[in-house]
Design a protein around this ligand. Structure first.
Ligand SMILES: *[C@@H]1O[C@H](CO)[C@@H](O)[C@H](O)[C@H]1NC(C)=O
Ligand SMILES: [Zn+2]
Length: 534
């Protein structure tokens, strides 16, 4: 008990120092009035979205967002809680229900099919409806569903995928592939029956399904023949090519783009040298499989997710018809599965920095930006830590077993370790270390996903459509509506007829409707002028 008291007193002494202005009620009133003013000045943006950027934090539940926000502030030497993430500035926020057709708590394949293809499906499957069965090739045929990446390409837009995982991974795969199993990365991963029944691996589909302008992530080994040495790790057998069909899909891709400027790069030096103005197509694969965690990234070899997002947008935005870009922070999820909260949160902070880059390079008037997650994790933010306590730190008050516990922990996962009926004593452990594994209630090798709703942040044309609580598969329908692509385009024709839409007739954005009359008058005047002048 004495130890508990001492630690409480110490913390009370430290917190009272930094928050003098917050003791003044005017501080909070002023801050609330500023927020109110900005809410009141908000105008609904009913423009057509020329561009769409979808930022997807894999496993980035609301707990992760709050904890990452605090980490972001603390990395800048602030208390942290009051920090504003870039995604926090988006004017519209909704909640998406993430369950899959067959599971209460979903995986990244089923959810990616929902938020990219607009159809909920079964666990482990990508780009197919729930009529297809997990892992059953036969059930795939006739049940394919297309994604917003395809709808955008069909409308003449440029399209791209940026991820921190292998580009064949579930999230990007749902944008271009149809597969009864998300794990069919290369032909070597296809069961013999699936191959005879005509199913094609995801890497091959990456080349042949949709003409994708920008492909950035990892996953070299699924593209090259078995035994093909990796350029970065030539002596590492696990990094070698995997393909049984002997194809080198990277070479094939370069050949397919003949006549265009198509660049393939695998390291940062070459990536930095890619001139977006002079590049039509870019494939950048920085690792044999997934990229490294941002906290472990070799800055000389691999760019950050902000840098890859930047390059992708610079290339895609040259298309006068606009673009669709999927940016995935794919390893927040993997950090959580290992219960390495530090690694997971740093990934989320890196994604938020990429959001900032995206906003800088695009115009809110014509670009719909969405930030969301596929699903959450069994990740808790708990206890009564004092203000400014390290988000990766410990509660000042011990638990009833007289041991401290961390603010962040997991409901299940690899962090469940009991010896002599006791939890590990972490008093001398640096719980902020990038390798520290937070404790969990239930032992599992890999921590699981969580099933609660995920946040959807929206900014730009038609962003107000993302308010409310809805099914996750609503997201691409609303994005497509905003961009006048995909199946629902009646409103795009309607806005061209002013008499049917009187509310918008005073909107200067719709003055194009009156163009024919003005054009005629101007033509008349200029013709008269010409006659008079000659
Ligand atoms: C980057 O890739 C190019 C092309 O393969 C290679 O020539 C160059 O040496 C690589 N750079 C580094 C630092 O490995
Ligand atoms: Zn996962």
């Amino acid at each position: 008990m004495f130890a508990v008291r001492v630690s409480v007193v110490c913390f009370l002494l430290t917190i009272t120092s930094g928050s003098v202005e917050e003791e003044n009620p005017e501080f909070w009133r002023k801050s609330a009035q500023n927020t109110l003013r900005s809410a009141l000045s908000r105008k609904i943006n009913t423009n057509v979205a020329k561009n769409i950027v979808l930022f997807l934090g894999d496993g980035m539940g609301v707990t992760t967002i709050t904890a990452a926000r605090i980490l972001k502030g603390q990395l800048q030497k602030h208390s942290g809680e009051e920090t504003v993430m870039n995604m926090d500035t988006f004017p519209n926020v909704g909640l998406a229900k993430v369950y899959s057709v067959d599971f209460q708590i979903p995986d990244s394949a089923a959810t990616a099919t929902a938020y990219l293809c607009g159809v909920k499906t079964n666990l482990n499957t990508v780009g197919v409806s729930a009529a297809a069965r997990n892992g059953v090739c036969r059930s795939q045929k006739g049940n394919e569903v297309t994604s917003i990446l395809r709808w955008a390409k069909d409308a003449g837009k440029s399209v791209g995928i940026v991820t921190t995982t292998r580009v064949q991974h579930a999230t990007p795969a749902a944008s271009f592939a149809h597969s009864a199993s998300r794990t069919w990365y290369s032909d070597a991963d296809l069961p013999a029956s699936a191959a005879t029944e005509g199913c094609v691996d995801i890497a091959t589909q990456l080349l042949h399904n949709i003409d994708i302008d920008v492909i950035i992530g990892g996953g070299r080994k699924y593209m090259t023949p078995k035994g093909f040495p990796d350029p970065e790790y030539p002596s590492d057998a696990s990094a070698q090519g995997q393909r049984r069909d002997g194809r080198n899909l990277i070479q094939d891709w370069i050949q397919m783009k003949e006549g265009k400027v198509a660049r393939y790069v695998w390291n940062k030096t070459d990536f930095d040298a890619v001139d977006p103005e002079k590049t039509d197509y870019l494939m950048a694969l920085f690792e044999p499989a997934d990229l490294r965690f941002d906290v472990e990234r070799d800055h000389s070899m691999d760019p950050s997710i902000s840098e890859t997002t930047d390059k992708a947008i610079q290339i895609l935005k040259k298309n006068p018809k606009g673009f669709f870009l999927l940016v995935e922070g794919g390893r927040i999820d993997q950090g959580h599965h290992s219960s390495r909260a530090s690694a997971a949160l740093h990934e989320a902070v890196a994604l938020d920095e990429a959001v900032s880059r995206g906003l800088e390079l695009t115009d809110e008037e014509e670009t719909l930006t969405i930030v969301t997650a596929d699903h959450s994790h069994a990740f808790t933010f708990n206890g009564y830590p004092f203000r400014g306590n390290s988000i990766l730190g410990k509660s000042p008050i011990f638990a009833s077993d007289f041991l401290p516990y961390t603010t962040l922990m997991y409901g299940n996962g690899p962090g469940h370790k009991i010896t002599n009926n006791k939890r590990p004593d972490i008093r001398k452990v640096d719980t902020a270390d990038k390798d520290y594994i937070q404790q969990s209630a239930v032992p599992l090798d890999s921590e699981t996903h969580g099933g609660e709703d995920v946040a959807v942040f929206a900014r730009g044309p038609m962003a107000h459509l993302f308010q409310g609580v809805y099914e996750q598969n609503y997201i691409p329908h609303a994005m497509a509506y905003a961009a006048c692509i995909g199946e629902n385009q009646q409103h795009c024709a309607i806005t061209a007829k002013p008499d049917e839409n009187p509310d918008t007739s005073t909107d200067p954005g719709n003055s194009a409707q009156n163009m024919p009359d003005y054009t005629f008058t101007i033509l008349m005047i200029s013709t008269l002028m010409r006659i008079l002048l000659h």
